[in-house]
Design a protein. Structure first.
Length: 109
């Protein structure tokens, strides 16, 4: 993604070994909201990829400042707090064929 001009921000994660799961946790909600607001003067439009209602305040902020382009949700289920932003919502299944990586010589599923 960096090759296409996206800025990626990495943060420390925690590894939980409960029952041998090796689950990795990196809660980014607060950091994403803060970063998106602080840096908003440097971008014209934002695309938020989440269906999590924790981002309601960020979406509200972006809409008020005419900076929200799209909300990409993993599927058709998302927080009921997003109802007021429905015109911005784009579920991944609607664009899957356009954004998925295709192997040469293998037809898309």
């Amino acid at each position: 993604m960096q090759e296409f001009g996206y800025i990626l921000i990495f943060k420390p994660t925690l590894k939980f070994n409960e029952k041998g799961s090796g689950r990795i946790k990196g809660n980014v909600d607060a950091e994403l909201v803060m970063y998106a607001i602080v840096e908003s003067k440097y971008y014209s439009k934002a695309i938020v990829a989440s269906g999590d209602g924790d981002f309601h305040c960020l979406l509200e902020y972006l809409v008020k400042r005419k900076k929200l382009l799209k909300i990409i949700t993993p599927n058709y289920k998302y927080s009921s707090l997003f109802r007021e932003f429905e015109k911005y919502i784009l579920p991944i299944p609607l664009i899957k064929g356009k954004v998925e990586k295709k192997r040469r010589g293998v037809p898309a599923a």
